[in-house]
Design a protein around this ligand. Sequence first.
Ligand code: NAG
Ligand code: NAG
Ligand code: NAG
Length: 378
Amino acid sequence: MSWVVGGAKNVKKIVDHQMSSILLFIFVGTVLTIFQISSAIETSNGAPPPIFIFGDSTADVGTNSFLPMTKIHADFPHNGIDFLNSRPTGRFSNGFNTADFLCKLMGRQRSPQPYLFLLKAGLTKRMFSGVNFASGASGLLDVTGKDLNILSMSDQIKQFETVCSNLTLVKGPEAAKDILAKSLIAISIGSNDIFGYFETQSTMEPLVFIDSLMTAYEYHINAIYELGARKFGIISVPPIGCCPSQRIHNTTGGCLEIENTFARAFYTSLDALLKKLASKLPGMKYALGNSYEMTINVIDHPQLFNFKSVDTACCGEGFLNAEKICTPQAKLCSDRDSYLFWDLYHPTQYASELAAMTLYNGGPQFVTPINFSQLAAY
Ligand SMILES: *[C@@H]1O[C@H](CO)[C@@H](O)[C@H](O)[C@H]1NC(C)=O
Ligand SMILES: *[C@@H]1O[C@H](CO)[C@@H](O)[C@H](O)[C@H]1NC(C)=O
Ligand SMILES: *[C@@H]1O[C@H](CO)[C@@H](O)[C@H](O)[C@H]1NC(C)=O
């Protein structure tokens, strides 16, 4: 999970700014194509840096569609209903997700393709400009989602390792080092580990459990750093107790407070961990997005963001439309941009866009110590 948002004024400013950019773009479009023909020959400097995306269903752009053994996928309607040609793409969304919008803000059309897609299509060189490894239902811990046959964070890093060694073979060690150092790593993970804690009715002390997640996160970041990456955009855990899937276990339809407590503790510990890592690992830069604050801000002030519903899933069945996943037979809302939640767990395309804009341009209340645009500019 990782939906969410920032200050309403900010968003409006951003949207206004984007509108004028779009108009400007249309106007200069014709002029540009003429220049592009000549400039494309001389330089590739304008190309955005590579981006490598890790995480769970909040960032998955179709990985799980290539995993025949898992039941956790979204490559059927009504998923993708607002995508081009209403095509289900494997995204757990009515359209794009937060990973896509972050990539758009960084000058791309959408997220890079899933690793398994590029591998199957034999597009090894395409991997050098970016790959999405994220797999729905995955977590920081190898046990999270293990019986669901998805790709854990460790599995995703093994795939990244293959890309890195390929890059080194093709470009040579020096060039590969440069490319990796300027690449952006985006990671959105942790919610499924906390869900797992509650589902298995773990008796582990909460703080001991959060510590075990931090140990895993430290191990993963170290591994990615050792492969040569330096720039980390990290997206924390949203108030998962407020997902429609969790609200239905509260008779009032309110959030499950205990799960939100875990989400807050996760953020606090992750903030401390990243500070420690950045002081220890030379050249490491990071931006940490506080999905908890972003999302609670929306849930507490829905009207500021034009949301009509922040507790009910747009696509589903039953109480809060959250007793079943989104399928072709599910009940579907018509005004999707006025819902925070697409299905019982995931944000709508619109909420994902707000989240990405906040991560990219937001202030220290939502993303620290720098925002994603500053991270990308390094
Ligand atoms: C590149 O990666 C592919 C899989 O991604 C692998 O099959 C191939 O052997 C690698 N090639 C090189 C040169 O390492
Ligand atoms: C259920 O929601 C209410 C708000 O509607 C909240 O006060 C209460 O603490 C919630 N219950 C649990 C078990 O989290
Ligand atoms: C975040 O990003 C923008 C650039 O998009 C920058 O101008 C701004 O200073 C940053 N905001 C904060 C509060 O750090």
